[in-house]
Ligand binder design. Structure first.
Ligand SMILES: NC(=O)c1ccc[n+]([C@@H]2O[C@H](COP(=O)([O-])OP(=O)(O)OC[C@H]3O[C@@H](n4cnc5c(N)ncnc54)[C@H](OP(=O)(O)O)[C@@H]3O)[C@@H](O)[C@H]2O)c1
Length: 348
């Protein structure tokens, strides 16, 4: 017997999803994605039907397009992609998640999703607008917080360097570093519009424009006495420059290495690692999924700061599921400021 079975009015019968058409070698393009029309699935016992309203595109999705073992399975060629999404529950056979709830879940890249109620998290839209749960109040915000409190903890008076600083994780990280007592916060980004944004909107003290010259030289100028903590989202030239600048006992949180995500040959490591040895620098990797226990603490801090404006965030929004592949590709090229999101009209 069903526990709850409710459906909203004028339920759609067809929906759309984005599938992986082929595995890219090097930089992906729109030809690696397909848009398919499918029947709206029916929820089974204990399941909910969600009309997705927002979905996230994230750098780690590039890795899932390759058929290589990783911490998360690769996308299947011909299958729908997945990832973070927010939506409205339009049919429910689970008493715990009634129709009308706004939920966060992992079946993005489609307009409608059926999933076990246990796999959805009901979000509080009175606390923050729904898309915030894919950005500052979601895993991107938590990545910044966990990286700078656990992986490479910031201490009072530290000099902190953040890469991809105008992006989703980086723009939050610069502000978190300040709350944690950093005396100077330096960010790097690509191009003058973004570096101006670092200084004017995201509260950084100095900016490195990696497209305008060497990261090492610019970082040495911005941090003449060195760096205590580096949040690495980029790898490559940024990691090398940070190692060069680290003070004794410095800490590096390795959250990503986007400069190499489209590489077709093995990416060499930095040639100055010996400096980490004699300066006793810690390089430590992190996965946000290992830090979900911090979510309540993070949301407790960040939601209030979002509401009173002491956490400034931005989002770049692309409209429509059919444009989700281009949103992903544009984010990989740096077209976003803050979190790149796709708004799904969802009214099909
Ligand atoms: N470990 C984890 O659990 C975890 C969780 C979330 C994210 N991450 C990682 O954190 C990083 C940022 O993710 P995000 O979601 O916040 O994305 P994002 O920063 O919002 O978007 C990606 C940004 O990367 C920059 N970029 C692209 N190619 C680059 C290159 N060759 N050199 C320098 N910068 C480049 C672009 O900014 P510019 O215009 O400034 O170049 C682009 O806007 C990624 O490495 C991601 O994989 C890790």
């Amino acid at each position: 017997m069903s526990t709850t079975s409710t459906t909203s009015t004028a339920a759609a019968t067809v929906s759309r999803e984005i599938r992986l058409a082929a595995r890219p070698v090097g930089e992906p393009s729109t030809r690696h994605f397909d848009l398919a029309t499918v029947a709206v699935p029916e929820p089974g016992e204990g399941q909910i039907l969600v009309r997705n309203t927002w979905m996230s595109v994230d750098p780690y999705m590039r890795g899932r397009m390759d058929d290589v073992p990783s911490y998360i399975p690769p996308f299947e060629v011909g299958g729908a992609l997945d990832g973070g999404a927010i939506g409205e529950v339009i049919a429910s056979r689970a008493a715990s998640v009634p129709v009308g709830s706004t939920v966060s879940h992992f079946l993005g890249w489609r307009e409608h999703a059926v999933l076990d109620a246990a796999a959805a998290t009901v979000v509080d839209t009175a606390l923050a607008p729904a898309p915030a749960y894919l950005g500052p109040l979601g895993t991107t915000g938590l990545t910044a917080y966990a990286a700078l409190t656990r992986t490479a903890p910031v201490r009072e008076g530290d000099v902190v360097f953040v890469s991809a600083a105008a992006g989703a994780v980086g723009s939050v990280a610069g502000q978190v570093a300040r709350w944690l007592g950093a005396s100077r916060v330096i960010g790097s980004a690509g191009g003058p519009r973004k570096t101006a944004k670092l200084l004017d909107a995201f509260g950084f003290d100095a900016a490195v424009d990696y497209r305008q010259g060497g990261v090492g030289e610019q970082l040495a100028q911005a941090a003449p006495d060195g760096v205590d903590v580096y949040l690495d989202a980029v790898g490559g030239d940024h990691l090398r420059a940070a190692i060069q600048a680290m003070r004794p006992g410095g800490r590096i949180a390795m959250v990503g290495a986007i400069s190499g995500y489209n590489a077709t040959d093995p990416v060499p490591g930095p040639d100055n690692l010996y400096r980490a040895a004699f300066r006793e620098v810690t390089l430590r990797g992190m996965l946000v999924t290992s830090h979900f226990d911090l979510f309540p603490e993070w949301i407790g801090t960040a939601a209030g700061r979002l509401a009173d404006g002491t956490l400034h965030t931005e989002q770049t929004v692309v409209e429509g599921l059919e444009n989700a592949p281009e949103a992903f590709l544009a984010m990989m090229r740096g077209a976003n400021t803050g979190k790149m999101l796709v708004r799904l009209d969802g009214r099909r």
